[in-house]
Every structure is written in C-alpha cells, then in structure tokens.
Ligand binder design. Structure first.
Ligand SMILES: Cc1cc2nc3c(=O)[nH]c(=O)nc-3n(C[C@H](O)[C@H](O)[C@H](O)COP(=O)(O)OP(=O)(O)OC[C@H]3O[C@@H](n4cnc5c(N)ncnc54)[C@H](O)[C@@H]3O)c2cc1C
Length: 288
C-alpha cells in the first residue's frame, strides 16, 4: 500500500451530479512534485489489477458505482505564467476564473465565451470543451504531458492533439498526464453578450453535468428530448430540466441508478421516434 493514497474515499462532492459514491483508493495532486508519484501509483495499480480514473472538477462524469474498485486521481495543481499574447496554465486551474482574468486584460477576448464554463483546464482540453462556437482547439498552442509509464515529459502541439467534437487524443491515452497548457490570448470575439446571462436564462443550476448527450450531426439532443415529451420527466431524485431538455438535474438526492434509468428511457424514446441513436457526452464511470 502507498502511504499517500487515501482509502475508502467519499466521492459525493467530487462530481457535479453529487450522487453518493466511494472510491477504494483516492489521490489528489496538489503540487507539481506530486506528479512523480503517478508512476508509483501506476505500478501499484498494475500489481493489484486496479483501474485508474483521472478527474478534474468532475463536471462531466457520472460515478456509476457504489464503491469504485480502483484508484481515482484528482488534479488540482495550480499555476499561471503570463506571456505576451499567451498564458501557460497548470491543468488543475479552473477555466472560468482564468477566462474572466484574460477578459479583464483584453476587451472582447474570445475567452469571454468561457466565463461560466465549469471544470478545469485539463478537463476542457481532454474533452475539447466548447460553447458559443468556441472550443479548446481554437486557443491551445501546446500542452506539456508527463508519460506515466516512461516518466518522460513531452510537448504536444495543437495539431498533435487530434481535436474533434468533445474529443482529443488525451481521452485515448490514459498514461499521459496533462501538466500544463499554453493558450493564445489575443483572439477576439465579435459577440459581446455575457455568456453568464445566456446560461442563467437557458440552463438550469444545481447538481448537473451540463449536456448529458452529444448533439447528433446537424441536430440538437435537447430538441429531440423535448420533442419526445420528456422535459420534466423524473426518475427518483433526478429529473430532466424544464429549461433545457439535455440537462439532467439531481434535485432530490438522486443516485446514479436514477440517472442511468433516465438515460435509457431517453435513448429508447428518441430511437423509437426519430431512429437516432444518442451517445453520452458525460463519461459514465463504472466498475469493470
Ligand atoms: C452546468 C454545466 C454546464 C456545462 N456547459 C458546458 C458547455 O457549455 N460546453 C462544454 O463543452 N461542456 C460543458 N459542461 C461540461 C464540463 O464543464 C466540461 O466538459 C469540462 O471541460 C469538464 O472539466 P472537468 O475538469 O470537470 O473534467 P472532469 O469531468 O473531471 O473529466 C472530464 C473527462 O475527462 C477525463 N479525463 C480527465 N483527465 C484525463 C486523462 N488524463 N486521461 C484520460 N481521460 C481524462 C475524465 O475521466 C472524464 O472523462 C458543463 C457542465 C456543467 C455542470
């Protein structure tokens, strides 16, 4: 057993859905030196046949287990280095305060669109987060990754990250830990609406993971769910938001089981009525 691993960790606060869950082992990276411990954790995991899951702020995940029989690693490493028209940011920094800071120094910055986007820099790059027509891929210059297996650091340029809709190469390379990302900060937006005003009018607050399903090509998952009449639909403590049908909200101490039942109902109804298959945008984390 590694002395720095926490055992039987309560995960309630570690996903934005706030469903009850525990992890057999848990580690939080708080400073750069902690990155070296990842190789020990990897070896420990291999020896004991335990899966590893990485987490930023947990705003795009469903913990679909009572006790995760593996290791959850959370990244909260902070650090910001300002350059001329660039900023180098540690993976554990939060996107929204960073975007606010950038927007204060540069009027009409493209980063203004990310104000109010929950989650870490790490999560945003892994999933190529985006809103209002602006995605991580538009501003990432390069990232530094630590290869947990070889213990080497590498710099990957934007083109090497294979960005696509809510996806980057980092989703398929669990041995690569994102240390930091360098963004360009001089791109401007011609839309000056404050995204927080838009979000507060069109998206629900509370315990949610944001859009639950990916939008099918040329369509919107929210529109389809609305059309099949599932707005307001509730299973246990979780309902489909009346404000935005692609948002599931845990407003009555629901569990992951409620979320998964609701997911299956939505998928079935949309398949039946539109012959369209919906796929989750949120990552459903299950025991193997
Ligand atoms: C109210 C609300 C509104 C939202 N609005 C938007 C929006 O407008 N646009 C949008 O794109 N998203 C939106 N989201 C979803 C979420 O904010 C983003 O996906 C965010 O970028 C996730 O960041 P995170 O740090 O919370 O990542 P987490 O949820 O902690 O992790 C995200 C995923 O990345 C994986 N991951 C993390 N690190 C690694 C790694 N090293 N290797 C492999 N996998 C890894 C995790 O396992 C998980 O699958 C919203 C969420 C909420 C709650």
């Amino acid at each position: 057993m590694l002395p720095f691993l926490e055992e039987n960790k309560d995960l309630l606060r570690y996903s934005s859905f706030h469903t009850p869950a525990m992890a057999r082992f848990f580690f939080e990276l708080k400073e750069k030196q902690d990155i070296e411990k990842l190789s020990d954790i990897q070896r420990f995991a291999e020896k004991n046949n335990l899966p590893i899951i990485y987490l930023g702020s947990g705003t795009n995940v469903v913990f679909a287990f009572d006790i995760f029989d593996g290791i959850i690693i959370k990244n909260t490493i902070k650090g910001i280095e300002w350059g001329t028209n660039t900023v180098k940011v540690a993976g554990g920094e939060l996107v929204s305060p960073l975007s606010l800071q950038i927007s204060k120094t540069r009027k009409n910055s493209l980063f203004g669109k990310w104000i109010g986007l929950p989650g870490t820099v790490w999560g945003a790059i892994v999933g190529n987060a985006g809103c209002f027509g602006f995605e991580a891929k538009d501003v990432v210059l390069e990232v530094t990754i630590f290869d947990i297996k070889t213990k080497e650091q590498r710099i990957l340029k934007n083109e090497e990250l294979n960005f696509s809709y809510r996806h980057s190469i980092l989703k398929d390379t669990p041995n690569w830990f994102l240390i930091d990302a360098t963004f360009r900060t001089n791109l401007l937006s011609n839309n000056t609406t404050d995204p927080r005003t838009f979000r507060s009018g069109k998206q629900p607050g509370g315990f949610t993971c944001g859009s639950f399903f990916r939008n099918p090509p040329e369509d919107s998952a929210g529109r389809l769910i609305d059309q099949v009449g599932l707005k307001w639909h509730r299973i246990g403590g979780v309902k489909i938001s009346e404000l935005h049908a692609n948002f599931f909200v845990n407003d009555e101490k629901g569990s992951y089981r409620d979320i998964l039942i609701l997911r299956d109902i939505v998928k079935e109804k949309v398949r039946e009525m539109f012959k369209i298959e919906l796929y989750e945008e949120a990552r459903i984390i299950e025991n193997r």
